[in-house]
Design a protein. Structure first.
Length: 273
């Protein structure tokens, strides 16, 4: 467990409008924008799932998990708030957030299910986001063309996702969640995540007017399927979640901790669990 998850204030400018292709090319920008569109509703679901899971624990276990869950909630609430501000610029550019509606629809379906389903969905998605976070932090060149303030937004978010990647997983175990159910839910979450990310990225390209440009698809092929592409690198790491004995803490989180230490003046703690 990690019972010292600080809630930080990221000191960057999110008032200035975003360049249309802020990430350097149309495809990469559309993909990052798609991810950001999922964050406010998705992270609210994660927050609520862990609150429900914490409440379902026996009192002694609840006391043990409460500081970590409080830190997790604070971090995710900050992510949600800043990406809502980021997304407001996307809406002003004429982009439409269809991913959020799908998340809200699935949340409604979860309402009738056992709390362990909520927590398992969160644990699965947290693994996906942590893998992407590691990929991004290891490759600062991916956002080298972005304004520094936006590089910092995504790197800070990535570092904190790695920092708290074990919280939902350990809470699921404490609730008595079964391993076959954990891996089964992961398979569903992975399929939905890939489909939703692709649909929203394509939607963004359509509204951006970059859909028909050959350069868009050249960049897409390189970013997704290249030798060091996102799919190429991430697929085996995603599947690690299905392995017997898997735990999120088995991955090396030193790069995230180093980023947070190096940028302590930029992302300053405002509350501690």
């Amino acid at each position: 467990m990690n019972d010292t998850l600080p809630v930080r204030r990221l000191r960057i400018d999110l008032d200035t409008p975003l360049p249309r292709h802020w990430a350097g090319d149309a495809f990469r920008t559309a993909f990052f924008n798609a991810l950001s569109m999922s964050f406010p509703a998705g992270e609210q679901l994660f927050i609520d799932s862990l609150k429900k899971g914490l409440a379902a624990l026996p009192p002694d276990e609840r006391a043990r998990f409460e500081p970590e869950v409080r830190g997790f909630v604070g971090q995710e609430a900050t992510h949600r708030h800043l990406h809502a501000r980021f997304n407001a610029h996307l809406a002003a550019q004429g982009l439409r957030n269809a991913w959020e509606r799908r998340i809200l629809g699935r949340r409604a379906q979860l309402e009738a299910l056992d709390v362990r389903n909520w927590v398992a969905v969160t644990a699965a998605t947290e693994h996906l986001t942590a893998v992407f976070a590691e990929y991004l932090l290891a490759r600062p060149q991916l956002l080298a063309a972005a304004p520094e303030r936006l590089q910092q937004l995504w790197q800070w978010h990535s570092a904190e996702e790695i920092e708290h990647r074990s919280t939902a997983f350990e809470l699921y175990r404490a609730l008595g969640g079964a391993e076959p159910w954990r891996t089964g839910i992961f398979r569903v979450v992975l399929r939905l995540f890939l489909l939703d990310a692709a649909r929203q990225t394509l939607n963004n390209l359509w509204h951006d007017g970059s859909w028909w440009r050959p350069s868009t698809w050249t960049a897409a092929a390189r970013f997704v399927f290249g030798r060091d592409g996102f799919w190429t690198v991430s697929r085996p790491l995603w599947r690690g979640y299905l392995r017997d004995g898997f735990h999120p803490a088995q991955a090396d989180g030193s790069r995230a901790l180093r980023w947070l230490a190096d940028h302590a003046g930029l992302a300053t703690p405002v509350a501690a669990p």
